[in-house]
Every structure is written in structure tokens, then in C-alpha cells.
Design a protein around this ligand. Sequence first.
Ligand SMILES: *[C@@H]1O[C@H](CO)[C@@H](O)[C@H](O)[C@H]1NC(C)=O
Length: 157
Amino acid sequence: MLTPWKVLAVLITIATSARAVCLTNHDANTLATNFGKLISAYSEKLANQTLTCDFLDYSESVNSIIDGGGNSPVALLGPTFASRADYEALSSQQPSVPFQVKNVWFNCNSITVRWLSAQSPNPVVGITVFETVLGPLIGNPSKFLIKKAWSECDSVV
Ligand SMILES: *[C@@H]1O[C@H](CO)[C@@H](O)[C@H](O)[C@H]1NC(C)=O
């Protein structure tokens, strides 16, 4: 018989398992690799599979390089790209840059990636932290999408 206690037990089980939907090793590595591919060879399909529509990217390192260029300064601590559309416009135009994932660490909803961009004459190393959210559960390489990225890198040029 379905007593109120049994109903309560079922509800608690559902609530607990919903909370337990966390990044897996596969999700974390897939998102780290695919984010790197967006930098080295951008495609809109991969962007859709990797980034939320309201994706934002923050990097004071990149902001200070942009400001050093002097053309259109951005706030040092503000988003590097004001929208995902801006991010796509720039990423799809820029020449392909190498991006190699060195380490991936993750918890339930964030991923930390240490990376190397073997550029010439000087290599660039950096660390990026992703905040992730659950995306479409089927049809995507990962169950999760990247909502925010915070990247800081060595800016030797
Ligand atoms: C990417 O997503 C946008 C917005 O949903 C859509 O208009 C576009 O067709 C998608 N592109 C690809 C290649 O799937």
C-alpha cells in the first residue's frame, strides 16, 4: 500500500538522484578537448555542442593585451567577449592557434584545465576554469555545456 511515508521516501530518492547528476570524467575531458578545438579550429556545430547560448568568457590577461593594442579598449575585469556571438565572430576569424590540454581536474559542475599553446617564438601556458550546466542529455558529445570560462595565461609575445 502506498503510505505517505513511502511517497515521501520516493520523493527523497528522486530529489537525491537529480542532485547527483554531475560531470563525469568523460564529460570533463570532452569539454576540455572541444573547447581547445574551438580555439584551434572553430566550427559553429562544435560551438553549439560545447557552449551555452549565454556563454561568457573572462580573462584579464587577454583584456590587457587587447587594451595594449589600443584600438577598442575593454574593462580589465569585464567579460573579454560581451556575448557568445562576439566570441564566435572573433574565434572564427582568427588564424588557427595550437592548443594542447595538459591536465583536467573537475568536480560536479566545474572543470579546471591546464593548457599549453605551443606558439612561436614563445609558448603560452594558461589555466582555464569552466562553470558548466546540464545541456541536452542526448545527441551531444557531453551531457554538459560550458556557461562561463575564466582564463588567465602567460602573455609573453
Ligand atoms: C547553432 O545553433 C544556432 C542557434 O540555435 C542555430 O541557429 C544554428 O543553425 C546552429 N548551427 C549548427 C551548425 O548546428
